[in-house]
Design a binder for this molecule. Structure first.
Ligand SMILES: Cc1ncc(COP(=O)(O)O)c(C=O)c1O
Length: 410
């Protein structure tokens, strides 16, 4: 196996390539003792806001912080319900419940894996009612006021934001984007007739800079983007113990600041984000070319005409997912499952009262999805090898041949 190993994600090479610049960030921080706040944080916030086409960016400690603080700053709190999807990382729901609200799920679209706008419309129309006293929308089952929608731009592809925003307007709901996997993703808005950046469409958006993300720190980091100045100021206070002036605490806040060293590192990496995202898109097209012929037995990612995805993950679906994962693993190829258990069936959310069968599309996806290696440095030769192994497996599995001849027509 040895040198033939292909990691699921290569986090070593990009750091090796940028080593001098990244090391200079540490040296600068050591020399100036600038560890918290300061120019590196402010520079990064300015540049990232520009990249996202928003007026404000507030650096925070993680993507989870970004979601939680954006929701709190937007006014979500106890007694509220917030709508999201079950097919996401748990942090989406944690942020909702940790500000006191209740996560309510709607199922995903089977082709994009993102929030199904028809199901969202049906939930709002059939499972909620407007309260006579104040017109607020109430979730029938829980009696909670529905306050916000958190669409997740999963795997690097934006949710279908036009209809989501229209429904939000109709029912007077906030939209906070979970853009934690979607740095640089774009959406063509039919209603505005122009391209929009991930993170620029909701009242606010949350980004994660966890190391494996398209834009990753060398530790934990996150950011909130928004065009709402008041919300940005509130997040700034919340991330810093509720103070705008040292030791004058206007509200109770958190310790949720973005570390200066991480901000410096992110600023350097941000210069490469467009190129890295283009490479990911090339790799996705290449997978499509190599695996497209087997589309009856392997479901490939779907990119609607309005989407320009940045392929944080390249997720396929097959019948015998575990065996394919084992087959690839034995050949030295790393894979992942994002995610094996939808949130409504996680033990941590037993209290929400959902059952197996409630969100069939998410459940079906969770048992068949497999994330293939995807990172900017993935070579065509590596992809050829991965695709050949996948094709050997899926063709053999379907037609009952233990190992079909490499290169056989499907
Ligand atoms: C969709 C989604 N939401 C939220 C988060 C939370 O981000 P972090 O790990 O930086 O807290 C992540 C990160 O993995 C994510 O993928």
């Amino acid at each position: 196996m040895g040198t033939n190993r292909i990691p699921f994600v290569d986090l070593v090479t990009p750091h090796r390539e940028l080593k001098e610049e990244l090391t200079a960030v540490f040296e600068h921080a050591l020399e100036t003792a600038g560890f918290i706040g300061g120019p590196m944080v402010e520079d990064f916030e300015r540049t990232f806001a520009r990249c996202c086409d928003t007026q404000h960016c507030v650096g925070v400690g993680s993507g989870t912080d970004a979601l939680r603080l954006a929701l709190i700053a937007a006014g979500v709190g106890p007694d509220d319900a917030v709508i999201t999807v079950p097919n996401t990382f748990i942090a989406t729901a944690e942020a909702i419940s940790q500000c006191g609200a209740l996560p309510r799920f709607v199922d995903i679209d089977e082709r994009t894996y993102n929030m199904d706008v028809n199901r969202l419309a049906a939930y709002l129309a059939d499972e909620c009612f407007p309260d006579d006293s104040d017109g607020k929308l109430v979730d029938k089952q829980t009696g909670r006021a529905v306050k916000a929608i958190v669409p997740v731009h999963l795997y690097g592809q934006m949710a279908d934001m036009d209809p989501i925003l229209e429904l939000a307007e109709k029912y007077n709901l906030l939209v906070i984007e979970d853009a934690c996997q979607a740095h640089g993703a774009e959406y063509f808005s039919r209603r505005e007739n122009r391209c929009k950046q991930a993170g620029s469409m909701g009242r606010a958006a949350a980004f994660s800079f966890y190391p494996g993300k398209n834009l990753g720190a060398c530790g934990e980091a996150g950011a909130v983007t928004t065009n709402d100045m008041e919300l940005a100021l509130k997040v700034r206070m919340l991330r810093d113990h509720g103070q705008a002036q040292k030791y004058y605490h206007e509200i109770e806040g958190y310790n949720g600041r973005l570390d200066s060293i991480q901000a410096g590192i992110l600023g350097i990496k941000l210069r490469h984000l467009t190129t890295w995202n283009e490479r990911r898109r090339e790799c996705a097209s290449r997978y499509q070319e190599l695996l497209g012929a087997a589309s009856e037995v392997i479901k490939l990612p779907f990119e609607p005409s309005w989407s320009k995805a940045v392929f944080h993950l390249y997720v396929v679906q097959v019948q015998n997912r575990e065996q394919l994962q084992k087959h690839l693993g034995e050949a030295g190829i790393g894979t992942g499952i994002h995610y094996p258990i939808p949130l409504h069936l996680q033990k941590a959310y037993e209290n929400l009262g959902y059952r197996q069968g409630d969100f069939p599309v998410s459940e079906e996806a969770a048992s068949h999805i497999l994330s293939l290696p995807m990172f900017p440095g993935l070579t065509y030769a590596q992809q050829d090898r991965i695709a050949q192994l996948v094709l050997d497996f899926v063709c053999g599995a379907t037609v009952g041949i233990p190992n079909s001849t490499p290169g056989a027509r499907l």
